[in-house]
Design a protein around this ligand. Sequence first.
Ligand SMILES: Nc1ncnc2c1ncn2[C@@H]1O[C@H](COP(=O)(O)OP(=O)(O)OP(=O)(O)O)[C@@H](O)[C@H]1O
Length: 175
Amino acid sequence: MPTRILLEGRPGVGKTTAVRRLASLLQTRAPVGFTTEEIREGTARVGFALETLDGRRAVLAHVAFPGPPRVGRYGVDLRVMEELALSALAPLSRNAAPGDLALVDELGRMELASSAFREAVRDLLTGGVDLVATVQARHDPFTDALKRRPDIELVRVTAQNRDALPRELAARLET
Ligand SMILES: Nc1ncnc2c1ncn2[C@@H]1O[C@H](COP(=O)(O)OP(=O)(O)OP(=O)(O)O)[C@@H](O)[C@H]1O
């Protein structure tokens, strides 16, 4: 039975940091996937950058991007999902083997605006790979359906557990 964990938490609680720490703690697993983080100019948030675990980075959303789509104040560049995020996950979407591991930060409104990405997430779940992905607590049809699946464990990230979580998850995934 694959290990499938959704890390749920409010914006800014520390999901990206937890996923990055988890990736760096893993010794016997070689995860694929990506993280997203905010881009700041001074104190203002102006967008989000996506970085693959193998070190490729691009601006996913920005106040200066026109879209479509637009999510809140940001225009989203769906090519970044389709070229960078999907290519990071492609080894597991096409040719998954038991024991493969994907880390996805996050299954958010911007990322899920890409139908190709939604399809890739469905493929990962069909393919039987281990998956750790982050989600927000807010309602969304795609992530609500994932949260209801009996094969997916939902873990809340809080200020209290965010320090210990990466080590606990790494220990589970290494066994
Ligand atoms: N364990 C931690 N200890 C101290 N500071 C932390 C910790 N985790 C995250 N932070 C800080 O909190 C801020 C938000 O962290 P992070 O980007 O990981 O949150 P997030 O939940 O992924 O946010 P978003 O929902 O915007 O993606 C950052 O400034 C980060 O340095």
